[in-house]
Write a protein that binds this ligand. Structure first.
Ligand SMILES: [Fe+2]
Length: 163
């Protein structure tokens, strides 16, 4: 036989599926967590029927609780905000599902339209506000699950206002 390799494939190459690594059941990278959020965002039937709006407080609902991470659904009527906070030891992915939110940090502010995503590491501090005139809905994945959300003094909002 005339070959540079000792490896020979015998039989049908498409019959080796059992040798392939199975797809991971749970995300394990930032990109995979962002992808999970994107796939939930794209499937409105998975979240839209659950959304409620509460004029007295921000409404939230734990959509999924899985090994090592949680997925939360939040609604924001105009004017509602989180206050300046971090997420303790958790990393997170914030995805805007509907409407528009504003994120303020000590580096300024940014408008997050529907479909926008923000990924953050433990210790990242921000304030999220619905500054628009329409309700907004967002999806939040925390890894590990959110156990602590320390509130910060509000100097960040004042700094952002000058940017
Ligand atoms: Fe947050």
């Amino acid at each position: 036989m005339n070959s540079d390799s000792d490896l020979q494939i015998a039989g049908d190459l498409l019959e080796v599926q059992h040798l392939l690594r199975p797809a991971r059941e749970h995300p394990a990278t930032v990109a995979e967590f962002a992808g999970l959020a994107r796939s939930i965002a794209d499937d409105r039937s998975r979240w839209a029927p659950l959304v409620q709006y509460d004029a007295t407080t921000r409404w939230y609902h734990r959509l999924l609780s899985l090994p090592g991470y949680d997925v939360w659904l939040l609604s924001w009527i105009p004017g509602q905000g989180s206050g300046l906070h971090d997420h303790g030891p958790s990393s997170g992915v914030l995805t805007v599902l509907d409407g528009e939110l504003t994120e303020r940090t000590d580096r300024g502010k940014r408008t997050l339209g529907s479909g926008a995503q923000r990924v953050f590491a433990p210790g990242y501090a921000h304030e999220v506000v619905n500054d628009s005139l329409e309700p907004a809905v967002s999806l939040h994945i925390y890894y590990p699950g959110l156990t602590d959300m320390p509130m910060h003094a509000a100097q960040c909002a004042a700094a952002a206002a000058t940017v």
